[in-house]
Design a protein around this ligand. Structure first.
Ligand SMILES: [Zn+2]
Ligand SMILES: [Zn+2]
Length: 265
């Protein structure tokens, strides 16, 4: 089985598509990176059974990344009833204590009459690596965002592939370390310097230039920008300006995302 990343959502606002969510499928594990509001429907669009997920990763509490989690857990519990028991994987939620708190509280508030079995693993700076079945190494690094937020690196040890998802925030030296020689970097590129120069440090989002520098310094193979304002897709000149800003520093392949696009890593 090839390593495949499917874009379930990639925009900074849900104007033209879903917000942040990516599905990583491999022989080692199936991992969901953030749960955008429409994540369950997106998974169904590509015919993916929620019972086949091994990990759900919540990078931070902002709703564009986490709102879909509660309903996804519900849908999975329903799909589980009719699925072949041998096919059902024991899912685990990974995230900071704040992410896990929000998900557990929302499950309790939305479904007070039910109990869901949801194993969790808390990510924090003192617990920045998870080794799973000697096949997958997950490493985390905190970004500089308005909410506690972690970037994640997935090393698939049998497939020999590595994927980094920065999530939101200004990149740090730890982000750079995390990205070292990655095969695919899914990195924030909120917009261009001319458009956000005066605000990006306050709203704490990375721009095209930051992504280009990060990708180049870390020596990554391919870059998939995400979390753009939708106008960078609907206005052709804006899109080219942003791509040019990334290219100023990075000369590898840049993949412009689209909902439900699948990429072989
Ligand atoms: Zn955010
Ligand atoms: Zn966001």
């Amino acid at each position: 089985m090839r390593v495949q990343v499917t874009v379930l959502g990639c925009w900074g606002l849900a104007t033209i598509g879903e917000t942040s969510s990516f599905l990583v499928e491999s022989k080692e594990a199936n991992i969901l990176l953030d749960m955008c509001p429409g994540v369950t429907r997106q998974l169904k669009q590509i015919g993916f059974a929620t019972t086949e997920l091994d990990f759900m990763y919540g990078s931070h509490i902002h709703a564009d990344h986490l709102l879909g989690t509660t309903y996804l857990i519900f849908q999975r519990s329903v799909e589980q009833r009719t699925a072949d028991a041998k096919q059902v994987r024991p899912i685990k939620l990974l995230g900071s204590a704040s992410v896990i708190h929000v998900v557990q509280e929302s499950m309790r508030l939305y479904y007070p009459e039910r109990k869901f079995e949801l194993p969790v693993e808390v990510i924090n700076d003192g617990h920045a690596e998870i080794m799973w079945q000697d096949r997958v190494r997950l490493t985390f690094a905190q970004s500089n965002h308005t909410a506690e937020c972690y970037s994640i690196r997935i090393d698939l040890l049998e497939s020999g592939r590595s994927i980094v998802y920065t999530a939101d925030g200004l990149f740090t030296d730890h982000t750079l370390e995390l990205c070292h020689n990655a095969d695919l970097l899914i990195g924030e590129a909120f917009g261009t310097v001319p458009d956000y120069e005066s605000t990006y440090q306050t709203i704490k989002h990375s721009l095209g230039t930051h992504l280009g520098v990060l990708a180049s310094r870390a020596g990554v193979r391919r870059v998939l920008p995400f979390h753009m304002h939708p106008r960078y897709d609907t206005e052709m000149t804006k899109k080219h300006e942003l791509l040019a800003e990334i290219r100023e520093n990075f000369n590898g392949e840049i993949i412009w995302p689209r909902d439900l696009m699948a990429i072989t890593v």
